[in-house]
Design a protein around this ligand. Structure first.
Ligand code: HEC
Length: 469
């Protein structure tokens, strides 16, 4: 039996590709379609899950003329060889240097009223020509070899939802949710490139480090990890991301951000829950709940340089500094302990322990603590206060530094978890896992000033710089 519709589509495609190749060669001398830009910037668009759309790759590995190589064996991205085949196929559907609306790769997924063509079997993915993903492809067709230089930077608070596939992007100026990063099921840690170009979110369901483009808020790349990740930290210069691998016997994966590759799985003592880079950038500090060990890594050599065993599992940590910027203390919350412990970084020894007292009239929660009655700890940007959340009493306790005197407490919802500050230190953002909300606390008045509805079980929260245009 002859499938006429298939043949018609095939002929249409053939006609299209011949004419595209034709005009392409006419323009060839002037415009070159850059391969690296195609591989690293354009290809991710074919993998993105957009709302109410199917990913391009779901259809285009098969019958149509625009042909993408299948990703096999759980591969998260195409090899260079596969990318060259994708490049050749995509090139046949563009007219380099011409009006973008002459390129089928651009008109097919673009809405009709935005200049797209009437029908695409894969639907319309972009509502306008100013869509940042559409512009990435248009820039490639126009002959660009790299992303446009960013012109606009903003500070954002990103709240990941531990039981969601979405992370909320909050504008701290308005306390409104201004974007949602979806398609990362069980997002764990969040950090960002110091230049604002991209965010890094560890993905517990796929065992990957997901790189999110700041301008599109879409996953640009997923980098395979050696096991199930927990938290992440970025090196001071942005060249490396450290990922805690929550599997025994224990390791930290080190990602090179220039090549987007996992360059090292460093063995450490115990499955790692959280990893941090110290404020001076010299060390990465990784804590294990299982072996109750703090592992200190030299970020120059990426070797384990010392470790410290504690009496209980290592939960969140934070740091303060000596006047020269070097690390002074590690503050750490421990499994089963309602408070925090202070460790002198140079002496490599515990020097103080502070237990949070009960709060009169506040109901104590003992359910669902997951072994950590206090699980959120941060030194304020000016180094003068230490903030520690209590899941038991639904408050954040604030202590002055270095004397460790309690200066106040603020109700911050049910099961408050992580804490982050605006860069000027005026506001603290705390994920209240039991309330599906992020609380905003005025750090001077010590009062909650906003409660922002977010997704399911918000825990890790981070302050990031983002290039948005
Ligand atoms: C649900 C399946 C599906 C998805 C998803 C899809 N397409 Fe298509 N696409 C098709 C089909 C079927 C055709 C052929 C019929 C037509 O031209 O509409 C096609 C045609 C095309 C063509 C013309 C060349 C050809 O192969 O016929 C281009 C270019 C194209 N798609 C680009 C894309 C891009 C870019 C995306 C993602 C942004 C995408 N498509 C997503 C099904 C899909």
């Amino acid at each position: 039996m002859i499938d006429h519709s298939r043949i018609k589509v095939w002929l249409a495609c053939l006609g299209m590709s011949v004419s595209a190749v034709h005009s392409a060669s006419a323009q060839q001398a002037a415009i070159n379609l850059d391969f690296a830009y195609f591989m690293n910037e354009v290809q991710p668009v074919f993998l993105v899950k957009r709302n109410n759309n199917v990913r391009c790759i779901q259809c285009h590995t098969r019958s149509s003329a625009f042909r993408l190589q299948p990703l096999e064996g759980g591969a998260l991205f195409w090899s260079e060889e596969q990318s060259r085949l994708n490049y050749a196929s995509a090139s046949a559907f563009v007219v380099p240097g011409a009006d973008p609306l002459e390129s089928r790769l651009l008109t097919h997924p673009l809405a009709l009223d935005a200049g797209g063509d009437p029908f695409h079997g894969g639907g319309k993915h972009f509502a306008s020509q100013s869509d940042p993903e559409w512009r990435i492809i248009a820039d490639w067709v126009a002959g660009r070899t790299s992303r446009r230089t960013p012109t606009k930077f903003v500070t954002r608070i990103v709240q990941t939802n531990a039981a969601g596939s979405d992370s909320y992007v909050i504008d701290p100026a308005s306390n409104q949710v201004v974007g949602i990063i979806d398609d990362i099921e069980i997002p764990h840690g969040i950090t960002s490139a110091p230049d604002g170009s991209q965010l890094y979110i560890s993905n517990e369901s796929r065992h990957s480090l997901d790189v999110v483009d700041s301008r599109t808020l879409k996953v640009k790349r997923r980098i395979q990890l050696s096991g199930r990740p927990n938290n992440v930290a970025v090196s001071k210069d942005g060249s490396k991301v450290y990922v805690a691998i929550m599997e025994m016997p224990g390791s930290v994966d080190i990602i090179d951000t220039a090549t987007m590759t996992n360059i090292k799985t460093l063995p450490v003592d115990g499955a790692i829950h959280n990893v941090y880079v110290t404020p001076d950038g010299r060390h990465a500090v990784a804590g294990s709940i299982h072996t109750r060990t703090i592992n200190v890594i030299d970020t120059t050599t990426d070797e384990l340089v010392w470790k410290l065993a504690m009496g209980a599992g290592i939960r969140p940590m934070t740091f303060d500094t000596h006047p020269d910027g070097s690390t002074k203390n590690i503050y750490v919350q421990l499994s089963g302990f309602h408070g925090f412990v202070v460790i002198d970084f140079v002496k490599r020894a515990e020097i103080a322990r502070v237990e949070h007292p009960p709060i009169a009239g506040q109901e104590a929660h003992r359910d669902g603590l997951q072994g950590a009655p206090a699980h959120g700890l941060a030194v304020s940007p000016n180094g003068q206060t230490l903030w520690s959340t209590s899941k038991v009493y639904s408050h954040v306790y604030v202590h002055s530094l270095p004397d460790l005197t309690e200066v106040g407490r603020v109700f911050v919802g049910q099961h408050p978890e992580w804490i982050t500050f605006t860069p000027d230190g005026k506001f603290a953002y705390i994920g209240a896992a039991g309330d599906n909300a992020t609380y905003v606390v005025d750090t001077k008045k010590l009062q909650a000033v906003a409660r922002i509805a977010v997704g399911q079980v918000p825990k890790r929260v981070g302050t990031v710089l983002m290039a948005v245009d």
